[in-house]
Design a protein around this ligand. Structure first.
Ligand SMILES: Nc1nc2c(ncn2[C@@H]2O[C@H](COP(=O)(O)O)[C@@H](O)[C@H]2O)c(=O)[nH]1
Ligand SMILES: [Mn+2]
Length: 213
């Protein structure tokens, strides 16, 4: 449990990982790439592997950074972090007309905007940069999206199926999250390919840990 801004404690999970196999292309911000280059030896010596995630009652102060012109993104411990809002209304102007644009299950993909398009518990996520396509009101998908309802997923799959489909990912494998099994979502690769006119891919992230409440 961490204490954020405001008075209420919130269950924010923060993990700082350092991997030995990061490439230069991983970094979006030049200054972060330069910092990683400068400290590369130290990073490689760490060689961390995540073996378990545990609940804790420790309370720490959380620092949030706003990175200008990049949609509230920050790099923390060499891992991309940030908020990518996908249920909100914004005042925007298209063809000289002032509009209220509702993005419900969609992210902003204005020219240069960074965004996250996740796949599922087992299939990785994409970091993307918007292309500013006004035909979509500068928007893109907020994820692979569901192939079937939660109810159908619960009737179709078992905890054993979930374990098989999330092999290699440290995450819950119990019946309580079977409705989020990877097979209940569309193929993320297909979804990304279907919106190459809306976003360009910056990075493809592979899951190591997936934390669900
Ligand atoms: N990387 C992960 N992606 C996930 C997970 N559960 C769902 N998803 C994908 O994200 C979108 C949006 O989910 P939502 O719950 O915010 O609506 C969804 O359509 C999936 O494609 C996950 O555990 N890890
Ligand atoms: Mn959502």
């Amino acid at each position: 449990m961490r204490t954020g801004f405001g008075t209420v404690d919130t269950p924010i999970f923060v993990m700082g990982l350092s991997r030995t196999d990061l490439t230069q292309e991983f970094f979006i911000h030049d200054e972060h790439r330069a910092r990683w280059e400068a400290n590369r030896d130290a990073v490689e010596r760490r060689g961390w592997t995540v073996r378990a995630v545990r609940a804790t009652d420790e309370i720490e102060e959380v620092f949030c950074a706003v990175v200008e012109d990049s949609h509230s993104f920050a790099l923390d411990g060499n891992i991309l972090t940030g908020n990518c809002h996908h249920n909100y209304v914004a005042e925007e102007t298209y063809d000289g007309v002032d509009l209220l644009v509702t993005r419900k299950g969609a992210i902003r993909a204005g020219s240069g905007d960074l965004g996250i398009i996740p796949g599922s518990m087992g299939t990785g996520s994409y970091i993307v940069r918007g292309l500013g396509n006004t035909a979509s009101f500068e928007s893109a998908s907020h994820g692979a999206g569901r192939r079937m309802s939660r109810t159908k997923a619960r009737k179709t799959f078992t905890a054993a199926d979930l374990a098989a489909q999330t092999a290699g990912v440290e995450c819950r494998k119990d019946t309580g999250v079977v409705d989020e099994i990877p097979a209940a979502y569309k193929d993320i690769e297909t979804v990304i390919k279907a919106q190459t006119d809306l976003v360009e891919v910056v990075a493809h992230l592979k899951q190591v840990v997936c934390v669900k409440g």
